[in-house]
Design a protein around this ligand. Sequence first.
Ligand SMILES: NC(=O)c1ccc[n+]([C@@H]2O[C@H](COP(=O)([O-])OP(=O)(O)OC[C@H]3O[C@@H](n4cnc5c(N)ncnc54)[C@H](O)[C@@H]3O)[C@@H](O)[C@H]2O)c1
Length: 469
Amino acid sequence: MRITIFGTGYVGLVTGTCLAEAGHEVMCMDVDSRKINGLMNGIVPIYEPGLEALVKQNVAEERLLFTADPAEAVGFGTLQFIAVGTPPDEDGSADLKYVLSVADTIAEHMQEYKLVIDKSTVPVGTADRVSETIAQRLHQRDVDIPFDVCSNPEFLKEGSAVEDFSQGARIVIGCDSSRVEPLMRECYAPYNRRQEKLMFMDIRSAELTKYAANAMLATKISFMNEISNLAERLGADVENVRRGIGSDPRIGYSFIYPGCGYGGSCFPKDVQALARTATDVGYEAQLLNAVESVNYRQKASLFTKLSQALDGDLEAKTIAVWGLAFKPNTDDMREAPSRELMEAIWAAGGKVRAYDPEAMQECRRLYGERDDLTLTKRRDDTLEGADALVICTEWKAFRTVDFRRLREQLTTPAIIDGRNLFNPESVRAAGLLYFAVGRADSLRIPLPGGDGAPQARVGQNGPSVAYTL
Ligand SMILES: NC(=O)c1ccc[n+]([C@@H]2O[C@H](COP(=O)([O-])OP(=O)(O)OC[C@H]3O[C@@H](n4cnc5c(N)ncnc54)[C@H](O)[C@@H]3O)[C@@H](O)[C@H]2O)c1
């Protein structure tokens, strides 16, 4: 099949490359001509395991083409995938301007039947708006060319996007025309051999399925973070609780890791957008609003704990930060907890020495050169002259640490671990203060009736000291 993809971000580039790898002829179009020029020369603008090799191979075999010319892109494929961004608008709703602009471009240039496929995450009702946009433009052109619009939301995860696309559990397709099913079956046939993965449904259900999936995953994370905050205040260890509930098959172990909050380009904006959709139809989505506000508070908890470790004084302090990406195996820093942390450190007069295995370039792009940010070549170089260490991302490379050496390097011997990477006893045995998530001593909490002086507190792991703030 000849397929056009609009947008060469995480979703568009992975979709285009995987469909080319499956034998289709694919043309990817992007309005960012620098990106397109780079891709034509084998430069992949994002880090995604396995992607670069696949792009190079399929470009070399001439199944994967790139263009910045909209007319060429529209002329190429019978299938026209829309995989552009849907960032949050000011009111939290999904901003559809890029999606609708692609719809308009397709209608402006099409000369024959096109199947337009919404792959971007878009609110319920968007396929109707895409149809209206195309119909309007065709009317203006005074032509009558048949077209269909269908919904095919994407469920890939950054960090394992190629694998997820190729081996995903399901391929959801929302359509309302008999022309769509055979075309989509042919498109996905290479991925539908072992078992039937295609799920055909009405368009609105397909659109809602994507939001429901992300909202459910975000809910699991916020739920666990809520429990971790309780554990901190009750002297319990959330890691024991996690194992205790995860072993129940009705709950399961996935997505119940406590941490410093979810980030990325999807969960925050999709939870907000779904809540906004609910408001638009006169329904107050209480659970979704709570999921979002728990996450907001959780992201701020890194700085709260850091501030407590340094007795509230960050002026001229240097903080080592491990992990900038919102999760491991990606260079994506959109809505990453690290950003909230660094910006709070800077606002308090502190400096940051940071390291991430993949996101350094993205960090430079976001923050540029500044005196209060040093990006180091190696993980342990961040510790030179540092007062404390904060871990924001659970990269594998951060899991093994010589705590005694770390103790010698840090001025204030404190680790604020937003991902619960270590055994608290090993860290403390090296003489370090350890502020993790939902574990004993993770937080110095105000005790009832306290007057600001340290007070003894007995938690599950024996006596500890709590401070009234
Ligand atoms: N990133 C993910 O993990 C993920 C997973 C599933 C779904 N999604 C959804 O997929 C969509 C795309 O996400 P992404 O992360 O790939 O976005 P992205 O920001 O990485 O990429 C979007 C690309 O679209 C391009 N673009 C904008 N307007 C265009 C136009 N008119 N014509 C052609 N290209 C245009 C931009 O230049 C950019 O390169 C979003 O709706 C997102 O919610 C993302």
